[in-house]
Design a protein around this ligand. Structure first.
Ligand code: UDP
Length: 470
């Protein structure tokens, strides 16, 4: 096969048509969109369905994927953002009810024409999409955006193999997963009363999974092989990660350098220029993703921890987080003394790939974790909620590519702890060696014949043969 795959399926050469439906959140759009680019490169026409409101948000910033058609469904809130949508029972119920109706209508529209849709790849958080796909007589492929170890915990809860609330000293034992103390479990499992609507959504990922024609997971076989082998006895799971742009992995898809759909405006020029002025492997990059909101005290401790580390830092503080949380004059002082740069959003992949990066202080969102692994940047894990807690455990204990900060009795990582973890992560050669090993594994998984590439190819072959028999 030629090195460059992108665009092979353009125009008249499409062999199948797939509709992909992410949860309307940046951390879910990114992996599903990237997966779709891999399908497109192998000859599949792609339509991504997002909510009407999400389309409006994206239009303000960026939609630059030339090979992907975007269509909309409705969550019932087309004009205005629903406050704290993804943790709200009302929002999630509306998304399910109105989303099901409008997805069915969209599928009916896309079932006619030259390339009718033959499969819906749906975010595992939205299992109702499988019911719609089945009613409309198309295949359904469930796409998990969290690691297999975390998915397995929710499966155990769904099956009643773990009862909630957990006992004080209860250890979660699942084949292939490191033993999880209660404090290592996903936060919604550790504290089921915290966000009941989200817990229900996550446990429900398994409500109809046995009816899915395919189960795709954004992870890498080699990274989680024991748990995947175990899960493979239950369903035909296929690993398809890491879903990051090809330029950072196998480089077979020309021009695939960015995620292309962004809900935030990256301050690219200022960040890259600042990084260019820094020494190799010296910079601490700090980001907590698109959703996390740190408590004020944690922001303050982090700020002074960065300051005490004596290393240059690039810190992403979203505009909604800026007000009243940073110590007074901190940003001005950091800029004046040339110690750090604080911006509202950056092109994270370009940043992680920069030669000046020394470590990544991260919330351990799964995309950020996979990006750090793929680009070989060791992590200081400061997980806040959801799967981040378990991801941090895997980073530290299973893959040994980072350390997780210790918290005080108020749940805050103090400045001395931050400083110490940064020092360890930037100093330990062994961690960097482990990182380089996993970085190579990620690259190979996506190369021609690699574990994820083979799975994606099998999926495409199935789509094509199904399309031909329709
Ligand atoms: N991201 C980015 N610029 C930033 C911060 C984050 O492009 O300044 C991207 C990051 O590369 C990742 C996504 O936003 O792909 C965040 O996803 P993740 O799963 O790490 O966290 P979430 O936002 O879902 O909590």
């Amino acid at each position: 096969m030629e090195k460059s795959e992108r665009g092979k399926g353009k125009h008249n050469e499409y062999k199948a048509h797939c509709l992909l439906l992410p949860l309307p959140a940046q951390g879910h759009i990114n992996p599903i969109l990237q997966f779709s680019k891999r399908l497109e490169a192998k000859g599949v026409k792609i339509t991504i369905a997002i909510t009407n409101f999400m389309l409006k948000t994206l239009q303000d910033f960026s939609i630059s994927s030339p090979h992907v058609s975007i269509q909309t469904i409705s969550d019932g809130f087309d004009e205005e953002a629903y406050p704290d949508a993804l943790i709200s029972q009302v929002y999630l119920q509306n998304l399910r009810r109105v989303g099901s109706q409008t997805l069915a209508q969209l599928l009916r529209r896309l079932r006619v024409g030259r390339f009718p849709v033959s499969c819906v790849v749906y975010d595992s958080f939205l299992p109702w999409a499988l019911d719609v796909a089945k009613e409309e007589r198309v295949m359904g492929a469930c796409f998990f955006t969290q690691p297999c170890a975390v998915d397995a915990v929710y499966y155990y809860v769904h099956e009643g193999l773990i009862e909630l609330p957990l006992g004080e000293n209860q250890v979660i034992r699942i084949p292939g997963v490191p033993e999880l103390e209660p404090g290592d479990a996903p936060s919604f499992v550790f504290a089921p009363e915290s966000y009941p609507a989200v817990l229900e959504m996550l446990v429900n990922q398994f409500s109809n999974v046995e009816k899915a024609d395919w189960i795709l997971i954004n992870t890498i076989y080699e990274l989680e092989h024991k748990i995947i082998d175990w899960m493979g006895k239950l369903w035909a799971v296929r690993t398809v990660g890491p879903t990051i742009p090809s330029a950072y992995l196998d480089n077979r898809l020309p021009d695939d350098r960015e995620y292309d759909l962004s809900m935030f405006k990256p301050m690219t020029e200022i960040c890259m220029k600042w990084l260019d002025d820094q020494q190799d492997k010296s910079v601490i990059y700090v980001s907590f993703g698109s959703l996390v909101s740190l408590q004020g005290q944690q922001m303050e401790e982090l700020a002074w921890g960065l300051w005490k580390s004596n290393k240059p830092f690039l810190w992403i503080v979203r505009s909604t987080e800026e007000a009243n949380k940073l110590p007074e004059n901190f940003v001005g002082m950091a800029t004046e003394e040339g110690r750090g740069l604080v911006v509202t959003w950056c092109p994270q992949l370009q940043v992680l790939a920069h030669r000046s990066l020394g470590c990544f202080v991260t919330h351990c969102g799964w995309n950020s974790t996979l990006e750090a692994i793929s680009l070989g940047v060791p992590m200081v894990a400061v997980p806040q909620w959801s799967d981040q807690i378990t991801n941090a455990k895997l980073v530290m204990d299973a893959w040994k590519i980072g350390v997780r900060v210790k918290l005080d009795e108020k749940g805050v990582a103090k400045r001395e702890e931050m400083e110490e973890c940064i020092r360890r992560v930037m100093g330990e050669e062994e961690m960097r060696a482990n990182m380089n090993k996993w970085k190579q594994v990620c690259r190979e998984a996506m190369e021609e014949g690699g574990s994820s590439d083979r799975n994606i190819q099998d999926f495409v072959s199935c789509l094509v043969s199904k399309s031909m028999t329709n």
